[in-house]
Design a protein. Structure first.
Length: 367
């Protein structure tokens, strides 16, 4: 133990003396990756040591760990629970710093899916692991029970902030919340385009607040294009009234719902219903720049079989996405299901810049 303590002290001294300005960008990128892994390993070792301290002396509890780590008591309790609840393979990955405590907590929340989630955690950020773990957790609950629990848990409240702002917070079942969220994203995207044209320097959060206000004051756009709700229902389950294993029935971006709810939602004129019976949607294609409504609906479903919405091909963002031609139209690429990839605005712009630089230099555009 004394040797480990000395090594930690030496590392803290070295980090305090480190000056990024004295190193190249490549060296700093490598160091950032190494430090990220070391941070995970250190947090795990700290929490395991704290768990042993609590076991030996109850005065060393979550409040004590929160104080020495600079976190909240809730975060400390969650960390202590995680290091004692994870399965063996995840604990090994924690100890070596391959995954974070937050990722490990999500992995342990979906029993039976450790291998899949652990591999995902090694390759992506926390957001993706959360999405997949949530999907597995929800799939373990009967749709009718889940629907009842969601409605019982819905809530909305508001209060005044120190600055005098009115803060609004709400939780809705998917068939209510998804249309609201989609409309908000669509209104925010329109606001972003208007701000960009006007040269206005503003964050998306501010634009979202303005869009939210427009929605309630009826000053928003009447267009619903991508701001509606899409429900994926297996055709046999829809006809039968209940699903069998392997037959999807869920709101895209919102999770599973009972088939009876899907039928009730079918009365809503703003609903897009996709009755999936195994037909390959890759056959939808159009060679103009305009994306037809049928093709857009197919694209927005996300990967075939899962049909759980889309994320940026280069990061985990789900809002403000644009459809990018993988093979550019100038190179003969069609506006088709196979040739359109979702990208957020920053990644779309960056890809476009790379392609333009490649063309100017006479090289083939990067893929």
């Amino acid at each position: 133990m004394p040797g480990l303590v000395q090594q930690i002290d030496a590392l803290c001294t070295a980090l305090a003396e480190f000056d990024p300005a004295l190193h190249s960008g490549a060296d700093c990128a490598l160091l950032a990756e190494k430090l990220a892994r070391a941070t995970n390993a250190c947090e795990t070792a700290r929490t395991r040591a704290a768990a042993r301290a609590v076991e030996c002396d109850r005065s060393h509890g979550a409040d004590w760990l929160a104080r020495v780590s600079g976190s909240t008591a809730g975060a400390a309790r969650a960390a202590l629970h995680t290091v004692t609840a994870v399965e063996p393979a995840t604990l090994v990955a924690l100890r070596t710093g391959e995954v974070s405590l937050a990722q490990a907590a999500e992995i342990s929340s979906a029993p039976g899916h450790e291998a899949e989630l652990l591999e995902l955690a090694r390759l992506s950020g926390l957001g993706k692991v959360k999405d997949v773990a949530r999907k597995h957790r929800l799939a373990m609950i009967d749709p009718e029970q889940l629907h009842a629990r969601q409605h019982a848990a819905q809530r909305a409240r508001h209060w005044r902030t120190d600055l005098g702002l009115v803060h609004v917070e709400a939780d809705f079942p998917p068939e209510i919340g998804v249309p609201i969220a989609n409309r908000l994203d669509a209104e925010t995207d329109r606001g972003w385009r208007a701000a960009h044209r006007a040269g206005r320097d503003v964050t998306r959060a501010v634009l979202a607040a303005e869009a939210f206000a427009r929605m309630f004051t009826r000053r928003g756009s009447d267009r619903a294009t991508s701001a509606d709700m899409v429900v994926v229902v297996d055709l046999n389950a829809y006809r039968r009234g209940h699903p069998h294993p392997g037959e999807p029935c869920h709101v895209v971006g919102g999770g599973p719902i009972p088939v009876r709810v899907a039928r009730e939602l079918g009365q809503d004129a703003f609903l897009k219903a996709v009755l999936h019976d195994g037909v390959n949607i890759h056959t939808v294609a159009h060679f103009g720049r305009h994306i037809p409504a049928v093709l857009r609906t197919a694209l927005e479903l996300g990967p075939v079989a899962e049909f759980d919405g889309v994320t940026c091909a280069d990061c985990d963002r789900k809002h403000g996405l644009e459809w990018d031609h993988d093979k550019e139209r100038t190179d003969g690429g069609p506006t088709s299901y196979d040739n359109l990839i979702a990208r957020c605005k920053p990644d779309h712009r960056e890809k476009t810049k790379r392609e333009r630089r490649a063309r100017r230099s006479g090289r083939a555009p990067p893929t």
